[in-house]
Design a protein around this ligand. Structure first.
Ligand code: HEC
Length: 162
């Protein structure tokens, strides 16, 4: 890459900001085929939960083939393992929780060296599942901080339900 004068970089504020984190938001893309992956579980966070404001919705969790065995055996995850939470709205009708529109896709991808600062996992969240709408700019505070209590499970909350 050719070196650009500083003022030009300053004008491209976004570019500059994006060059500071250890990894950039465009590193991670939402995988297309995740609905064919292993379905780990579904969890509903409703109004009664203190997490509702941040995580409310129907969480459909999937793991790719690379991570499936580690999930089932309870091992640490190999590089390339990927989890997706397909987060949907829901309505409650006569006690039935009915899945609604997609709110977003939360993605975790394992690369121990690349994402060493966040437990070996890269994090991204795509609004509405749109690849053009990533929202995570600081994975350490926006995502990883809340996953750290799960260190003993390689930072993954979901466990295998046979
Ligand atoms: C307030 C705490 C909290 C924050 C912040 C948080 N998570 Fe999670 N995450 C959870 C919990 C609890 C689960 C398990 C429930 C579920 O299935 O979603 C989870 C599950 C996941 C999963 C499925 C794998 C697993 O661990 O079970 C992914 C992928 C994920 N989160 C990505 C993210 C991303 C990306 C961000 C940042 C945008 C983020 N999380 C921020 C608490 C959090």
């Amino acid at each position: 890459m050719t070196r650009k004068p500083l003022f030009l970089l300053a004008a491209l504020g976004l570019l500059v900001a994006a060059s500071f984190p250890a990894w950039s938001a465009d590193d991670i893309q939402p995988p297309n085929e995740y609905r064919h992956w292993f379905h780990v579980n579904t969890m509903i966070i409703d109004k009664a939960s203190p997490l509702f404001k941040d995580l409310g919705g129907m969480h459909n969790v999937y793991v790719n083939a690379t991570g499936e065995e580690a999930l089932k055996k309870g091992n640490a995850y190999p590089d390339g393992a990927m989890f997706v939470t397909d987060l949907h709205d829901f309505t409650v009708s006569d006690g039935s929780y009915v899945e609604g529109d997609r709110k977003g896709l939360a993605v975790m991808v394992k690369d121990a060296a690349k994402y060493g600062a966040t437990g070996g996992w890269g994090f991204q969240f795509f609004l509405g599942g749109d690849p053009k709408k990533p929202v995570v700019t600081d994975a350490a505070t926006q995502c990883f901080a809340c996953h750290t209590p799960r260190k003993d499970h390689d930072y993954i909350f979901s466990s295998y339900i046979p």
